[in-house]
Design a protein around this ligand. Structure first.
Ligand code: TRP
Length: 325
């Protein structure tokens, strides 16, 4: 376990929310403690949908800064930009020849995206999971911390590894999903937290912005008036307490809610205090990094250099096995 390599991909956006943090980044930081970890900001994946070329570099840098601020620090892992290691694309092409078109057209995410972007159903969108397999396998990573929505892509990566190994000789491990995926609901209490649904709390939002969203957020639907006893086990806000509020304060909310001792607003104030306290150090580190973008670029470049050495070794093996010498 300890020696297995970990790899995951990060979308090039700085707009990350507490769902991303609790559901993914926090687990990655945990993994960096006893694994060699590769985190790649997937700019080549991002161009498969329409995007703004003028702000793209800023988004990539911001994504790096937020993730570093959340704990993916230099010295603990490699964090780099996908297009800085061109071998990902080379392996992508090799893998394209090991992948049946039918598998790609069947992918749930492809079908969803094709629907969302019906005027731009390009081949990149179709081939997206092949590049993802290359991201993982170019480092022979065997652990991939991803959420449920990526399990199908990971299954394909395993199939590609198996197919390649059978056809050309054993090179790649079959990567597995790892980490418990924590599903964080949005402020509407109905859907998974997501930026596109607008039900999110951003990691970089100010206490005022957070309060503005928290105040009207859904609680136990049966608690209509202040005097009604509440059911914390049915309350979405209470699930956030479980992430951020220390045990004794949380228990206080749990008990007082049921006795109508405190109202939903009181309960949200307590959450707000602890949530903001948890975000403050991340936001502080982020502001520091903003002042020193060159240290962030150095980290990205240095990581890309180290990643590339490994990627080139893998490609040399691949070419050798495939008779491409
Ligand atoms: N497709 C992944 C997502 O949308 C991002 C990704 C790209 C990725 N390459 C990866 C995840 C490699 C894990 C491993 O979240």
């Amino acid at each position: 376990m300890e020696n297995k390599r970990v790899m995951s991909g990060i979308q090039p956006t700085g707009d990350i929310h507490i769902g991303n943090y609790l559901g993914a980044i926090r687990q990655w930081v945990e993994l960096t403690r006893n694994h060699q970890c590769f985190f790649v900001i997937v700019d080549y994946h991002a161009i498969t949908i329409d995007y703004d070329t003028t702000t793209f570099q800023d988004s990539i840098l911001k994504a790096a800064m937020v993730n570093i601020a959340c704990g993916l620090e230099p010295g603990t892992c490699l964090l780099f930009v996908q297009s800085h290691v061109p071998e990902h694309m080379e392996l992508n092409w090799v893998f394209a020849s090991c992948t049946m078109v039918g598998r790609l057209t069947n992918m749930t995410q492809f079908k969803e995206k094709a629907q969302q972007h019906e005027t731009n159903v390009n081949a990149g969108l179709l081939n997206y999971p092949i590049l993802q397999a290359a991201d993982i396998l170019i480092y022979k990573a065997s652990l991939v911390p991803v959420g449920e929505d990526q399990l199908q892509h990971l299954e394909l990566a395993r199939d590609i590894a198996r197919r390649f190994n059978r056809k050309f000789g054993e090179i790649f491990p079959e990567p597995e999903a790892c980490g418990k995926s924590v599903r964080v609901m949005g402020l509407d209490g109905e859907n998974k937290m997501s930026k596109s649904l607008g039900n999110h709390l951003g990691v970089l939002e100010t206490p005022e912005e957070i309060w503005k969203k928290l105040a009207p957020a859904k609680t136990d639907v049966q608690r209509v008036r202040r005097a009604d006893p509440g059911r914390p086990w049915m309350c979405n806000i209470y699930t956030y307490h479980e992430f951020f509020t220390p045990e004794d304060r949380r228990q206080y909310c749990y008990d007082q809610c049921q006795e109508a001792g405190i109202g939903c607003v009181d309960c949200k104030r307590i959450l707000h205090e602890h949530l903001c306290a948890a975000l403050a150090p991340i936001q502080g580190r982020y502001r520091e990094l903003e002042q020193h973008p060159d240290t962030v670029r150095d980290f990205l470049n240095d990581s890309a250099r180290q990643a590339r050495e490994i990627a080139q070794q893998t490609m040399a093996e691949v070419r050798h096995k495939m008779g491409l010498r």
